[in-house]
Design a protein around this ligand. Structure first.
Ligand SMILES: *Cc1c(COP(=O)(O)O)cnc(C)c1O
Length: 354
């Protein structure tokens, strides 16, 4: 730390992103990216946009906003496009949390929520998941805090239903409830339709997982017009050109190829079922995941040791050295070939050959 760093950030522990090693070719099952390349329509559109990079991007993201809004059955004024959904989550902490509106989120969830709360000096409460890692809905009824829930949750992949979200919304009418749907396309039910009924709901989604655009950085938020207007106020006060023109074009291309997205999601779901069954046969226990990853432990192998051995063998998974979950690894569901390679490696490890 330099002697110039503001005291207000001195105690900040930044978010630790998953490893993105370049020194060796790994089978990457650690950051829940899509194993499939972007739609050819996205690649072509981005290349065309590259020819005009001397110009600023459209700060209103008009064409893409209309396209996404149409897909989700909302008006363009009910949505905001952002530089990865992390950005809209950051905006939400800035816009909807303060001393009188403290934040609340599960103890085991996306690590960025705590980082954003710390960054903005927002008081927060971590609400323990139940013993089985499910979200205890009762814990959020009438909590009178700004709630952040990933649905499906990370790293468990477990879901809550829109009916349960409605109970949280109804019992906290004076607080915003943020539902982070980064993984919703892999089999969970979206809360987007509820934005027409509740003025305190913000739903966030991303192009990083189901839409193969993690490197492009594109996400969005959907909510009541007034909520979205607040988020635009924050956006125009930080970076009005937050979505670059190549990414905007790529996103438009993706939205013109819904069949491609659907097919890839279906393949991931099939591979999730396959690898879950095979791992169970090998003695693994896992949560009921509706995301593009599984969260598993083996009674006979330490979680950290399994992570390290797989890494030696060229397979990267995600291990969190945290209470309650250090026995587990989060494994991204990839192609069938990647899942076969994972299973082969796990068998070797269990047989004591590695
Ligand atoms: C991946 C992820 C995000 C954000 O992804 P972006 O790449 O910033 O869009 C948000 N929430 C959860 C739970 C995630 O796993």
């Amino acid at each position: 730390m330099s002697r110039f760093f503001s005291e207000k950030f001195a105690a900040l522990t930044p978010y630790t992103p998953g490893e993105q090693p370049r020194e060796r070719k790994y089978i990457k099952l650690n950051t829940n990216e899509s194993p499939f390349p972007p739609s050819p329509k996205a690649i072509e559109a981005a290349a065309k946009a590259a020819a005009n990079l001397q110009l600023y991007s459209d700060p209103t993201c008009k064409a893409l906003a209309e396209k996404v809004a149409q897909r989700y059955g909302v008006s363009p004024n009910q949505m905001i496009l952002v530089n990865g959904s992390d950005e809209v989550l950051n905006f939400a902490f800035m816009a909807f949390c303060d001393k009188d509106h403290p934040a609340a989120f599960p103890d085991i969830t996306y690590g960025f929520y705590e980082v954003f709360a710390e960054l903005h000096h927002i008081p927060y409460t971590k609400i323990p998941l139940r013993e089985d890692f499910s979200v205890g809905i009762e814990d959020y009824i009438g909590i009178h805090k700004t709630v952040f829930i990933a649905n499906p949750n990370a790293p468990t992949g477990m879901t809550i239903s829109p009916a349960q979200v409605e109970r949280i919304l109804q019992s906290n009418p004076d607080n915003v409830i943020v539902i982070d749907e980064a993984y919703v396309d892999f089999g969970a039910e979206s809360c987007v339709p509820l934005v027409q009924k509740y003025d305190n709901l913000l739903v966030t989604q991303t192009f990083s997982k189901s839409r193969s655009l993690a490197g492009g950085r594109l996400g969005f938020g959907i909510g009541a017009e007034a909520l979205i207007a607040d988020l635009h106020t924050i956006r125009y006060s930080t970076n009005p050109y937050n979505v670059n023109s190549m990414t905007m074009a790529a996103g438009y291309g993706v939205m013109c190829d819904e069949a491609y997205t659907q097919k890839n999601c279906q393949t991931v779901c099939e591979n999730r079922a396959f690898v879950s069954d095979e791992l169970k046969k090998l003695g693994f226990e896992m949560t009921e995941s509706k995301a593009n990853f599984i969260f598993a432990r083996h009674p006979a192998v330490d979680g950290g040791a399994l992570y390290a051995k797989l890494k030696e063998m060229g397979i990267l998974v995600r291990h969190f050295e945290k209470p309650r979950i250090r026995d587990y690894n989060r494994i991204t569901v990839g192609t069938r070939e990647e899942m076969q390679a994972l299973l082969d490696a796990v068998r070797q490890i269990l047989e004591g050959n590695v």
